[in-house]
Design a binder for this molecule. Structure first.
Ligand SMILES: [Zn+2]
Ligand SMILES: [Zn+2]
Length: 126
């Protein structure tokens, strides 16, 4: 089944289907590829990723750069619902190794995401 996709303001967004970037940051490479949903305010909307390196929640409409989000998954959070931020490097790895997403979105789309990740990183506080 192909991933859902939307076009908005000149950007293409795909349903986010990646390994957990926090787990990648912690060296856990064998975690499964997962769909992600928005947890703030019990939204539970589906998260999409755009070539502008933003995540968008399809339900409440929140759009924010990927580095602003925190992630919870059964592998690093257990039963505690622990939300943790991820590094730009881990996010880049999670997206560029997401087989189905990259196959469907194409290399041009992936390159735009990675460029927009980098651009943000250059203006960061690290
Ligand atoms: Zn995780
Ligand atoms: Zn939402």
């Amino acid at each position: 089944m192909s991933l859902r996709k939307i076009h908005e303001n000149g950007h293409t967004y795909f349903r986010l289907y990646i390994r957990c970037p926090v787990c990648l940051d912690r060296g856990k490479k064998d975690v499964p590829v997962r769909y992600w949903t928005h947890y703030d305010n019990n939204c539970h909307g589906d998260i999409y990723i755009g070539d502008d390196a933003n995540f968008k929640c399809i339900k409440c409409g929140l759009v924010s750069h990927v580095e602003n989000w925190k992630y919870s998954c059964p592998d690093h959070s257990g039963s505690s619902d622990e939300f943790v931020g991820a590094s730009a490097a881990a996010l880049a790895e999670a997206v560029s190794t997401a087989g189905q997403l990259v196959t469907e979105a194409g290399l041009e789309w992936l390159q735009k995401v990675l460029e927009n990740l980098k651009r943000r990183g250059a203006c960061g506080t690290l």
